[in-house]
Design a protein around this ligand. Sequence first.
Ligand code: SME
Length: 151
Amino acid sequence: MSFNTLKPTIETLLSSPETAVKDKLTGVCELLQTTLPAYNWVGFYFANQAERTLHLEAFAGEPTDHTVIPFGKGICGQVAESNANFVVPDVKAQDNYIACSIHVKAEIVVPLFKNGKNIGQIDIDSHTPDPFSEEDERFLEWVNEKVAEIL
Ligand code: SME
């Protein structure tokens, strides 16, 4: 399944007038997790700026214990502070990493901006080593832009 094929489905999911935002986000997570073979876990975290914590709002894949992550901790917490994409081809090579499952080999986290402010992120875990390319980054940036429009 190519990214361009998925885009119209994502736009439809996000535009449904009857659906709550959280359910729309879960729908996007489920679509990506079920159609993209390297996307084994997909989640959206959103920031509580006062407490400097990230909170898991929606996901697809195995449930995780890491539903709250302090800024600076793990790949997600680092992206909350850096405002930049973080592509991890091999999670074992990372010192500041929070393991969610022994099966995870690689991860990508892309910040989500609303009015220029980093308010959250999409996080993908993969059981495949080094699966993410610049195409994934561009696609996930597009997903986050579309999500930002409904927030
Ligand atoms: N591995 C992440 C934690 C979140 S789980 O992948 C769901 C991290 O290091 O921030």
